[in-house]
Ligand binder design. Structure first.
Ligand code: NAD
Length: 463
């Protein structure tokens, strides 16, 4: 852990396993409640000065963090591959670390200037944005370094201080990231704690901690609900980025071969372990067979292997719990649909890209978030039905429409109940565009000025 700028060693540790081999990558500290209290105290003490620093100082600090990530990119990517399983290449670890660096640099450039709401003979009214205090960040295991940057950088940029707790499946790259940040930040501005969720559930303790003003949480809907419930007692501010079950709708006018690559990566980026991956695909009956063939042809050429093998483009599933979930959903789907590709688990935690056609909207691979390398394909006749089925979900993170006619696609897109919608691609997020879910997929947004604003309190000054 890093608390108040110093390395802190816990009495107790847990092993972090490489999902490709089962080998131990390293040991992570099991923080106690006392460690959390010390981290929150350190963040509190640092807030007194950090909240008063100028924009110029904070911009420089964010830029210095981006430079640090850049200088240590290969080291971080190697560590990330070993604990997460994703390959170094393709849209894997090097891509994630490059994204983290770019996001840090972009966040440095954001600002929230004072807004003048009124300035006339009746008086002047100004809207100021003030830092809140200590922000608690709780992250998942799928894009751990990128998501840590998404949480920490806007907090620091807007004058807050942070205590972060990574997922027990992928803590090491985040703990290292925080060490690197502490080489360029004053002590206490960013602190890390860690736990295996068994000995002591530090995430739960953070959600109810009276010293934490805001929680930014990325993870599953169920844990998000628990965070929301325990945050109520201290009326914490919340940004919750939760699960998705994104639909893609393919309109009749597509060229199936031309969209196959985009469909594949929209669904299988990071082995499907991505919140805003396409998790169910609705295809018009007139192009259904051709889309199935084109997607299968593209998918069967994708090299799956150990992440550290430079030739791999997809790796294993990150952990046993997730593997079992994917297997359960695929086994059920095999009874109902037609397996176009994959369907049988490989060695250890490897599961090949799996395409299952002819499923109905009510099959579990369609209704549940699989969060893994298996895509259900559903045939539709009437686009109204496709829209209705896409919206018939408690989730509302992302969605996509595929068509040669962008205007027509946009009309369909505007009727989808989700926070982001893409035309002829899926899941492409960027640091200047707010990102968040509707319905059970969360509350609040990240990125852009709207995302930065979530780390501030409004104060209106009347003069
Ligand atoms: P998870 O909810 O199991 O865990 C997320 C984090 O919460 C981990 O750090 C975990 O240790 C911690 N935690 C566990 N119990 C807690 C408690 N009681 N209180 C507070 N924190 C607790 O999620 P996961 O399996 O790590 O991640 C996968 C899920 O995250 C998927 O549903 C995915 O869709 C979602 N996700 C969403 C986004 C988004 O931006 N919307 C991004 C990535 C992942």
């Amino acid at each position: 852990m890093t608390i108040n700028g110093r390395p802190v060693i816990a009495a107790d540790h847990f092993d972090v396993k490489n999902p490709a081999t089962g080998d131990t990558v390293g040991r992570a500290p099991n923080s106690s409640k006392d460690h959390l209290d010390r981290a929150v105290e350190a963040a509190h003490a640092a807030f007194a000065n950090w909240s008063k620093t100028s924009d110029a100082v904070r911009i420089q600090a964010c830029q210095d963090i981006a430079d640090k990530i850049g200088k240590h990119a290969e080291e971080l990517a190697q560590l990330l591959t070993r604990e997460q399983g994703k390959p170094l290449n393709g849209l894997g670890s090097r891509f994630e670390i490059g994204g983290a660096q770019a996001w840090a640099a972009h966040t440095a450039s954001l600002s929230l200037p004072v807004k003048v709401l009124q300035d006339n003979e009746q008086g002047r009214v100004e809207l100021h944005r003030k830092p809140m205090g200590v922000v608690g960040s709780i992250t998942p295991w799928n894009w751990p370094v990128m998501i840590a940057v998404w949480h920490i950088l806007p907090a620091v940029r807007s004058g807050n201080t942070v205590v972060i707790k990574p997922s027990p499946y992928t803590p090491l790259s985040t703990l290292r990231l925080v060490e690197l940040m502490n080489q360029v930040l004053p002590p206490g501005v960013v602190n890390s704690v860690c736990s295996d969720d068994k000995t002591c559930n530090i995430g739960a303790a953070m959600s109810s901690h009276p010293g934490i003003r805001k929680i930014v949480f990325t993870g599953s809907i169920n844990t998000g609900k628990a965070v929301m419930a325990s945050a109520a007692e201290t009326v914490k501010r919340l940004t919750l980025e939760l699960g998705g079950n994104d639909a893609g709708i393919v309109l009749p006018d597509v060229d199936p071969k031309a969209i196959a690559e985009g469909l594949f990566w929209g669904a299988f980026i990071n082995n499907g372990q991505t919140c805003a991956a396409m998790k169910r695909l609705y295809v018009h009956e007139s192009v259904y067979d051709e889309v199935c063939v084109a997607l299968t042809d593209y998918a069967k050429a994708i090299p799956v292997g150990h992440g550290s093998d430079e030739a791999s483009v997809l790796g294993p599933i990150n952990n046993r719990m997730q593997f079992d979930k994917v297997k359960r959903l695929v086994d059920a789907a095999k009874q109902k649909g037609r397996v176009l590709l994959g369907g049988e688990p490989g060695e250890g935690l490897f599961f090949p890209p799996t395409l299952i056609a002819d499923l109905s909207h009510h099959d579990t691979l369609v209704t549940e978030e699989q969060f893994g390398p298996a895509l259900p394909i559903i045939k539709y006749r009437d686009v109204e039905d496709a829209i209705r089925q896409a919206n018939d979900s408690p989730n509302g993170l992302g969605g996509s429409v595929w068509s040669r006619d962008v205007e027509k696609a946009k009309q369909v897109a505007s009727r989808m109940e989700c926070g982001s919608v893409w035309i002829n691609k899926h899941g492409a997020i960027q640091p200047n565009a707010p990102f968040g879910g509707v319905k059970s997929s969360g509350c609040g947004v990240e990125f852009g000025e709207e995302g930065l604003a979530e780390y501030t309190d409004i104060q209106v000054v009347f003069s």
